[in-house]
Design a protein around this ligand. Structure first.
Ligand code: SN0
Length: 315
């Protein structure tokens, strides 16, 4: 594998999930693989899990890591070809990507959707320009439209926690005070479409995700109905896609409560974190024994590690 920009870069997801679970049991087995190799992690946005788990994953493979908060500490980048750079943007991606490539063997990038222009976000300007101008493999640590490292960790977590062969997995929208990107939900949907699960998406009307992504996935507008018999409740807020980047609803009607969880088949509760307690989910649910959010976050290390391992093997 060269780049990891979406889950479709993996040719055998089931096998990759199994390999990640094996790695989890012997995380230092491939310590020699990354010896003498460096990964640069560039953050245009905040991070906790992605930053630490990707660094840990690289470390487990014997790599060195360089981390930079590009959004706050780097020069403002220009992406437009032919731009006359006489305003606030100091450096062109053409130089930046080529220069960074000389300092590392893999570059990983986090650049969220700005949520003010659908076409621009969907063009994945930051990620795609790094792919275009960098001479090293590029890893997506949440781009405008996808978070494939998270989706792989989610698939690992479901594989480890399922007690029946084909569990019912429900992706539920929940309220949030801020406009959040669609990336986590998009990659989770893509991942579930390729897993052996009974998958249902539930959200209020007006919160439909990109129909090209949800394709034939079942959408149930009645949250309580969607929860019936569910084995996993995966919760995430996203802003409207149709009324791009707008927050249409913030009331607590869609919050995940213990009463709603009672409708399920004793379902596990999942969330990518960070989560707003008592807005997205009540304390009672996230603190319950059915909540697997901490384990899910732990799997971020093995999701990143299996991806870096595949890229290193191909260098
Ligand atoms: C990000 C998102 O894409 O929804 C990152 C999730 C991994 N989440 C947030 O920005 C939440 C910020 C907040 O203030 O709650």
């Amino acid at each position: 594998m060269k780049h990891y920009s979406s889950i479709y870069n993996l040719n055998n997801l089931q096998k990759t999930v199994k390999e990640a679970i094996e790695l989890k049991g012997k995380p230092l087995e491939y310590e020699a693989l990354g010896k003498g190799k460096t990964i640069c992690l560039l953050f245009f946005n905040n991070s906790l899990r992605t930053r630490l788990s990707t660094q840990k994953a690289a470390q487990n493979l014997g790599m060195q890591t360089i981390v930079m908060n590009f959004g706050s500490e780097g020069w403002q980048l220009e992406f437009e070809d032919g731009a006359v750079m006489n305003e606030h943007k100091s450096e062109h991606i053409k130089e930046a990507a080529k220069v960074i490539s000389q300092y590392c063997d893999i570059v990983a990038i986090r650049a969220f959707a700005l949520l003010n222009n659908k076409e621009k976000d969907e063009a994945e300007i930051v990620l795609n320009n790094f792919k275009k101008y960098a001479s090293v493999p590029v890893v997506n640590m949440e781009s405008a439209i996808g978070h494939p490292l998270q989706a792989l960790a989610d698939a690992i977590t479901i594989e480890e926690n399922k007690i029946i062969n084909k569990p019912k997995v429900v992706l539920s929208w929940a309220p949030h005070p801020k406009a959040l990107p669609h990336a986590v939900a998009n990659s989770f949907v893509e991942m579930m479409q390729l897993q052996d699960v009974d998958f249902v998406i539930t959200h209020p009307e007006g919160y439909e995700l990109n129909p090209e992504i949800t394709k034939n996935s079942m959408i149930e507008y009645n949250q309580e109905k969607a929860f019936e018999n569910a084995d996993f409740i995966y919760v995430k807020n996203w802003s409207s896609y149709k009324e791009y980047g707008q927050v249409l609803k913030t009331d607590s009607e869609w919050m995940i409560t213990a009463n709603k969880m009672k409708l399920t088949n004793n379902a596990k509760f999942m969330h990518c974190l960070p989560v707003r307690r008592n807005v997205v989910v009540t304390d009672e649910v996230i603190d319950s024994k059915n909540s697997i959010v901490i384990e899910q976050a732990n799997n971020r290390t093995y999701s990143a590690q299996i991806i870096l391992k595949k890229i290193l093997e191909n260098l």
